[in-house]
Design a protein around this ligand. Structure first.
Ligand SMILES: Cc1cc2nc3c(=O)[nH]c(=O)nc-3n(C[C@H](O)[C@H](O)[C@H](O)COP(=O)(O)O)c2cc1C
Length: 330
């Protein structure tokens, strides 16, 4: 690390922004980042207890989420005129991803902290219609330093999503990991802190109770072989029925952690731009987690051997405003 040391004032200013930086998105809302205020700068690490070793064994979503977090920190710091630079410095043994260090000038960005606040994942219905060309052009421009964006009508993805959901709900370890991050009742002790709430998932009280019951280990074990995965998968079938758009972020096939961090930053810029237009995003990562549907998607997009899809999400104008997601406070 060659950057100059962070003085106490700069460090205090960064510390004051922690809650706003924490509005970054992460898979299952695990918020895997761990921040340490050190002499060299703000060290950004990850917490292995907040990684998803079963559903994300390669760390694809972990490093995308950390990249999204780092981009958010830069935007939030720039919003208060604070100069900050990013030094990506992945060290798997130390579980460190990067340093934020003082800089002469604020990060050059077209986004503001209000955009960070306004961005939402939305899992409910969207108004019908495809994204206009200017949105696609903007999204492409915002990711081009790290990868590319492909546009797919959602209907094309519907059969892949059904297969991926069935695959996911048929795997006891995947289902157990998902269950750990579900907060389906407001009385859950971590309801306001992290994970996926009934509200975030757009579930009614009855649906949330049904999902909670179905995923209870004994019930799940008893019914897994007699159609429970198909029944659970059916719940998302309607999502991709109408006319709508999905975007796929494509990166290098051999993307390592630093590439995924760059792709996560690009993804965040893209989601901020969509959010600023009142559009919500709904990632469908199970399509990439399931090897069969990942291959189908690659064929559908005619990806070259050197390319790989790293994120898939539907995009649209939500019919009802998505709820604000939970964040941990400590
Ligand atoms: C890399 C990554 C993968 C994600 N995958 C999914 C997914 O497969 N399904 C889903 O519903 N949300 C997914 N999300 C969205 C998160 O669940 C969401 O960001 C988190 O719950 C916080 O909510 P917010 O985005 O509204 O702030 C993903 C987010 C990231 C950054």
């Amino acid at each position: 690390m060659t950057a100059r040391s962070a003085g106490p004032e700069w460090t205090a200013a960064m510390r004051a922004l922690a809650a706003r930086c924490g509005r970054a998105p992460s898979a299952h809302n695990t918020q895997p980042w761990q921040v340490r205020y050190e002499d060299a700068g703000v060290g950004v690490y990850w917490d292995p207890a907040r990684a998803l070793p079963v559903s994300d064994p390669t760390g694809r979503d972990l490093f995308l989420g950390l990249g999204a977090y780092l981009e958010t920190c830069l935007v939030v710091a720039a919003g208060v005129g604070l100069g900050a630079d990013l030094v990506v410095d992945v060290d798997r043994a130390a579980r460190r991803v990067a340093w934020l260090v003082p800089a002469e000038a604020p990060y050059a960005t077209g986004f503001a902290p209000d955009d960070v606040e306004a961005r939402r994942s939305g899992r409910g219905p969207y108004a019908p219609g495809l994204l206009p060309d200017d949105v696609l052009t903007e999204a492409g421009g915002l990711v081009e330093d790290a990868g590319g964006i492909r546009h797919v009508p959602v209907r094309t993805l519907a059969p892949l999503l059904t297969r991926a959901d069935r695959w996911m709900f048929a795997a006891p370890e995947l289902t157990a990991e998902l269950r750990d991050w579900l907060r389906l009742r407001p009385s859950h002790p971590r309801y306001t802190q992290d994970g996926l709430t009934d509200q975030a998932l757009g579930l009614s009280r009855a649906e949330a109770a049904g999902l909670g019951a179905a995923l209870r280990p004994r019930v799940y074990g008893a019914f897994r072989r007699v159609g429970l995965p198909a029944a659970l998968a059916a719940s998302s079938r309607g999502l991709l029925r109408g006319e709508g758009s999905a975007l796929v972020l494509v990166g290098p096939a051999d993307a390592g952690p630093a590439d995924l961090v760059a792709l996560g930053r690009a993804l965040m810029r893209c989601w901020l731009a969509l959010g600023a237009r009142g559009l919500a995003t709904h990632p469908l990562s199970q399509i990439l987690d399931c090897p069969a549907t990942e291959a189908e998607l690659a064929a559908l997009l005619d990806l070259a051997a050197h390319e790989r899809a790293v994120a898939v999400f539907r995009v649209g104008r939500p019919v009802a405003a998505p709820p604000r997601s939970a964040r941990r406070t400590g």
